[in-house]
Design a protein around this ligand. Structure first.
Ligand code: CA
Length: 228
């Protein structure tokens, strides 16, 4: 049997280590991240089979991290929440967490949830490839083919297409599409803005390298110069 990888994101070191030791005893490979940023990093590197995610995290909240992971994959997520975090728990489940455990929890309870979620996921047929006629969209590989021919898409184009094929028959407003792709392609949208600005500068500035109209605000973005 293939060893499953579990990523634990929990800022309380003691709890994180306890979970790690317990799940390792269950036979999983367990990696630990102590904040949201590190969690996202490890998530992308490890491509874990399941994530145990604490909601209250420094740097990037558990909800935000869950959202990012969801937009990148269908990895099962088991949330750790405090009793007082009812609203967050609901948001987490709506956002796509598969299950949750309320703190304080027993390790045995968590281990049972992890096992149950993994079993559920294993039972589901893997259908990462959506096929409509000659069009095939591979969500995991982020590849699109038409009649078997690989089509080159930009990351944003792929995200748009992926969102479209996941909501067949539904009219989607531009606003909804923007929101849908915002999270997952934040980086590429940023670059899109940059390339539009560059083009604009070439068109309106006397010297695009020394722009007089469209000014760069470092660390923020852009600013159009004041009159005069
Ligand atoms: Ca915490």
């Amino acid at each position: 049997m293939v060893v499953k990888t579990v990523l634990v994101v929990e800022d309380e070191h003691k709890i994180a280590r306890m979970i790690q030791a317990y799940l390792a005893r269950d036979g999983y490979r367990v990696e630990v991240a102590f904040d949201g940023v590190q969690g996202w990093d490890l998530f992308r590197r490890l491509e874990p089979d399941l994530v145990v995610l604490d909601l209250m995290l420094p740097q990037m909240s558990g909800l935000e991290l869950a959202q990012k992971m969801r937009s990148a994959s269908s990895v099962p997520i088991v949330m750790l929440t405090a009793r007082a975090e009812e609203a967050d728990r609901v948001a987490g489940l709506e956002m796509g967490a598969d299950d949750y455990v309320t703190k304080p929890f027993s390790l045995r309870e968590l281990s049972a949830r992890v096992r149950a979620v993994l079993r559920r996921v294993d039972a589901e047929p893997v259908s990462e490839v959506v096929e409509i006629g000659p069009l095939a969209v591979d969500m995991a590989a982020r590849e699109v083919r038409v009649d078997g021919r690989l089509i080159e898409l930009t990351p944003t184009e792929f995200d748009l297409l992926a969102y479209l094929v996941q909501h067949p028959g539904r009219a989607l407003s531009r606003r909804e599409l923007m929101e849908a792709i915002q999270e997952r392609s934040y980086a590429s949208l940023t670059r899109t803005i940059d390339s539009h600005m560059k083009n604009l500068r070439y068109k309106i500035e006397a010297d695009p390298k020394e722009p007089q109209y469209i000014l760069t605000v470092h660390g923020v973005g852009y600013k159009f110069r004041r009159e005069g």
